[in-house]
Ligand binder design. Structure first.
Ligand code: SF4
Length: 222
């Protein structure tokens, strides 16, 4: 490998449940925050996932832009556990959208860090410099919410740039009127994308069981 790398759990598109429109989703690997009820326990191990060059992700983003995608969502895992790589990824994504004449395509980052933790960390602030919007705060299973794109009521959607304000301010208090999960089923895996409401994953498991799908491992339960 030559350039900066970032350890990721997954890269998928189009994602429609984590931000507005059709998006490229990058799930960063590694999270030390261990929120009880986290549905992404497979992203916790910092040695898990795979290491990819930021340039490879920039190429995927370039193709996504050419395909008319509306934005990039970086989630996790905890993206701020790899602040330099995150900064590089956002810089590459910004460069590509400018080169493609697609400065309408936004960059959204999810982090479990709280606003004051970010404010107190120069590395975190620098890493998020090019994010148009961030969704901040630990997931708290006891504080369910219908607010779009947020997993619990404490999490804050924070627009950070003129594009971020244009695109996200209409959604700051918007509640979803229906579940916004994406479910991808392959021969070996059921992949749930989005922020489930209480009980939705149990309903999904029952629905899949009724179709003969059984789980050997499950990332949304300890
Ligand atoms: S909800 Fe997010 S911040 Fe919390 S443990 Fe899971 S991946 Fe980490």
């Amino acid at each position: 490998m030559t350039g900066r790398t970032i350890r990721v759990s997954d890269v998928l598109g189009p994602v429609t449940a984590l931000g507005p429109g059709r998006r490229l989703g990058v799930w960063v690997q590694g999270c030390p925050l261990a929120c009880p009820g986290c549905m992404s326990r497979h992203t916790w191990d910092p040695r898990g996932g795979r290491e990819v060059e930021v340039e490879r992700l920039a190429e995927a983003w370039r193709r996504a832009l050419a395909d008319g995608y509306d934005g990039l969502t970086v989630s996790g895992g905890e993206p701020l556990e790899q602040p330099a790589a995150l900064a590089d990824l956002l810089a590459a994504a910004d460069r590509e959208r400018r080169a493609a004449g697609r400065t309408d395509a936004d960059l959204l980052v999810y982090t479990g860090r709280e606003d004051d933790e970010i404010a107190g960390s120069p590395r975190a602030r620098a890493a998020l410099d090019l994010a148009d919007a961030v969704i901040t705060g630990r997931y708290r299973a006891g504080e369910p919410t219908r607010l779009v794109w947020r997993g619990s009521a404490n999490q804050r959607l924070v627009p950070r740039t003129p594009l971020g304000r244009l695109r996200y301010e209409p959604h700051l208090r918007r509640e979803a009127d229906r579940p916004e999960l994406q479910v991808r089923v392959t021969d070996t895996e059921v992949r749930v994308i989005g922020v489930p409401r209480p009980g939705e994953l149990g309903s999904l498991e029952r629905e899949l069981a009724s179709r003969g799908v059984t789980f050997r491992e499950n990332t949304w339960r300890p």
